[in-house]
Design a protein around this ligand. Structure first.
Ligand code: NDP
Ligand code: 2IT
Length: 448
């Protein structure tokens, strides 16, 4: 890492010493700190109030036991996490991830990113994240329900519509949010907007399901406009085939792009005629099957084991929408060699630091996750607004607000990049623009 300022370096050293085995967390922290150097230089009061030291330390970390009984009557025990990272701008806000790889490092990296992402949306939300190492794959609906109820039986004490508002992430969608909402209501007697991503029958917002994928494509469209081009006629590769990937495909296609490849954690499909989204939606959203099964219905398509191979497919635009560190330096070089001009992160931190460096060096337009995938949490913020007003807006109203927010984030990141001496570098721009709002609020609230 290339941090030059002794103060910023010392903050990183403290984080490293305290969290030496938390690699994803340290990766996220080092990227942000590196971007903030010119801001710290201009604002010595941040150093005088140990603002960065406070920023990297979560306000509160919860770790709890989640026991549940599977369909065979056997008792299972998982771990539950909630990191309430920063509440300077509003109630903690951020998703819940259920995946066997979940650990404290992953939840802390996600929570840390969430602080700046939520700030960029322009809505008043603090940053948090939660999850469990529970694996929903292959579990029955009843098992998922019992797990969600047990998870909420501890979490309910720590959250609330004005305290901490969780939502979905990997492995947590409408079904899981519904079960958690039901248990929260039972335990507290409160019908309140304590979770977002709710079903439309009980306070969910239209366009929340689509929001992260659509928002990522709206952001990419702004990057393409800045290069005086558009999605029209572009070949697009989207990794993943979950919530974010599906709606990134949908919007990219609506704007004239052709999505030729998608993946899951086992492998990827390539369909030169364009991946049929109806098939993917049915396989993934309804039947919960593997992407490989796409070939049963589309004989001309190809399937390859191993998800990383998807980056070898020639494309103009790449949208990594699966998981952290899924795109490394070598994959980035291949994308550049194949003529890729824009990459926007639908997932959180899908590109390794080496990959980001390759994109920036080669003038690929690069939209970092905390900017490009902020549409999901932004629309969660809109869901909170509707819940508070006891109202529901139309799909078009929400989608228009989402679009405006993504355009504003692109503008804010571009302007901050320019102002702080790295024009076009949206990594620096997003980190700085997101940070400044949080920092000013923290300064005004004293040493807390
Ligand atoms: P889903 O659970 O709906 O889908 C996740 C997709 O990524 C699946 O296709 C999954 O494949 C794949 N995947 C998961 N883990 C891995 C892995 N270790 N290696 C390869 N592929 C993997 O989650 P989402 O679509 O909601 O989330 C995707 C990304 O977007 C995450 O990084 C999340 O943090 C981020 N995000 C999500 C938002 C939201 O609103 N949902 C908002 C902003 C960011 P498989 O089915 O095989 O596991
Ligand atoms: O990473 C993310 O921004 C999310 N998973 C969505 C969080 C939210 O509160 O909607």
């Amino acid at each position: 890492m290339a941090i030059k300022s002794p103060y910023v370096q010392s903050v990183y050293e403290i984080a490293k010493k305290r969290n030496s085995n938390q690699l994803e967390f340290l990766q996220a922290v080092s990227e942000v700190l590196e971007s903030l150097e010119p801001v710290i230089e201009k604002n010595p009061e941040f150093k005088d109030t140990a603002l960065l030291e406070r920023l990297v330390e979560p306000e509160r970390q919860l770790l709890f036991r989640v026991p549940w009984i599977d369909d065979k009557g056997k008792v299972q025990v998982n771990r539950g996490f909630r990191i309430q990272y920063n509440s300077a701008l509003g109630p903690y806000k951020g998703g819940i991830r259920f995946h066997p790889s979940v650990n404290i490092s992953i939840i802390k990296f996600l929570g840390f990113e969430q602080i700046f992402k939520n700030s960029l949306t322009g809505l008043m939300m603090g940053g948090g994240k939660g999850g469990s190492d529970f694996d929903p794959k292959g579990k029955s609906d009843n098992e998922v329900m019992r797990f969600c109820q047990s998870f909420m039986s501890e979490l309910f004490r720590h959250i609330g519509a004005d305290t901490d508002v969780p939502a979905g992430d990997i492995g947590v969608g409408g079904r899981e949010v519904g079960y958690m909402f039901g248990q929260y209501k039972k335990l507290t007697k409160l019908w309140e907007g304590v979770l977002t991503g709710k079903g439309l029958t009980f306070g969910g917002s239209l366009a929340r399901t689509e929001a992260t994928g659509y928002g990522c494509v709206y952001f990419t469209d702004e990057m393409l406009k800045a290069r005086k081009t558009s999605f029209q006629g572009k070949t697009v590769v989207v990794s993943g085939s979950g919530n974010v990937a599906i709606y990134a495909h949908e919007k990219a296609t609506q704007l004239g792009g052709k999505v030729v490849a998608m993946s899951d954690s086992n492998g990827f499909i390539y369909d030169k005629n364009g991946v049929n989204l109806d098939t993917v939606k049915r396989l993934k959203e309804v039947e919960r099957k593997r992407i490989k099964e796409y070939l049963n219905e589309h004989k001309g398509a190809e399937y390859k084991e191993g998800c990383a191979g998807i980056w070898n497919i020639k494309c103009d635009v790449a949208l990594p929408c699966a998981t952290q560190n899924e795109l490394d330096g070598k994959a980035a070089e291949t994308l550049v060699k194949n003529g890729c001009i824009a990459v926007a992160e639908g997932a959180n931190m899908p590109s390794t630091p080496e990959a980001v460096e390759v994109f920036l060096k080669n003038k690929v337009s690069f939209g970092p996750g905390k900017a490009a995938n902020a549409g999901g949490v932004a629309t969660s913020g809109l869901e909170m607004q509707q819940n508070s007003m006891r109202q529901s807006w139309t799909f078009e109203e929400v989608d228009k607000k989402l679009h405006d927010i993504m355009v504003n984030i692109h503008t804010a990141a571009s302007e901050a990049a320019q102002e702080y001496g790295t024009p076009g570098n949206l990594v620096n721009g997003a980190n700085i623009a997101g940070f400044l709002k949080v920092a000013r609020a923290m300064m005004a609230q004293g040493i807390v």
